[in-house]
Write a protein that binds this ligand. Sequence first.
Ligand SMILES: [Zn+2]
Length: 344
Amino acid sequence: MKAAILEQINAPLVVGDVELTDLLFGQVLVKIIVSGICGSQLQEIAGHKGNGDYVPHLLGHEGCGIIEDTGHGVTKVKKGDKVIMHWRKGNGIESDFPIYIYKGKKIRSGKVTTLSEYSIVSENRVTPIPEDTPEHLCALLGCGLSTALGTINDEATVRFGESVMIVGTGGLGINLIVAATLASAYPIISIDINDNKKVLAETLGTHLYINCKKENIKEAIQTKLGISDVDVIIDTAANKQTSEETIELLSNTGRYILIGQPRPGESIELHNANHFFHGEGKVLRATQGGKFSPSEDIPRYVKLHQAGILNIDGIITHNMKLDDINKAIDLVRDGQASRVLIEM
Ligand SMILES: [Zn+2]
């Protein structure tokens, strides 16, 4: 079967022929319909995930597919079920790592990978969903959209009318705008270094879009919104300069949530750090997938979408084929795309 392979750090992915092996206890075989591309894959390609010693390896961690086969012990799904594939653990067995063969040798992979025609997945990394659930929604719910909803709802616990600033309007930032809108945040401020996301960000609910290469963020929120601080700041970029500039804007009940990861070894400074003691004490934290709990959260999110309350129109900017994986990665890296889907 065809799969995207990271053979070398900082090199283009190779689309090669990979052999599947027999399912082990607690594993399922999924025929993949569609996979998303997440910022994590860019970090893996750059070797920032501690993965440099494990290449060549497979990758991708949000997808939608159909169960083709199940290993011993699996009870959660059966052949023919439609599933969402996710990197966060849900109910079910945590299996051993899957075994694939590439160029006659074993090749590494996580307990879920999605950038291939088929995938061997641990039972706890798939969640069955109704057959009529749209595939593009399923792919987003594997990571990006679920992380955004969890970050706004569980991690930042945004209250009605609180101000939310989203730093970076890439694949995750765009999903965060949707989540902040759903939580009735006001105003919603989006920050980016490109203007090309402005229309989409505003359509999805952004009240003020700031290009921080052209405008000072603090001045812009003061002159255009009449506010001097922000209740919740979600940082998907983890750019040193922008992080330092925005941390200072936290209100006295402010929560600053890092989703984007700083590069290994990089420092972010807290200027005038005493301000963290204003009010009851501010919060600065990192989140792992917005505490997304697949078995509990996915059924709720699917229902919300079905009811027309969770609107994801416009989030997916590109649908591409596996052979074009490097073009797709470049679009994400250059900030030209929001969410890119790879159709198998
Ligand atoms: Zn992800």
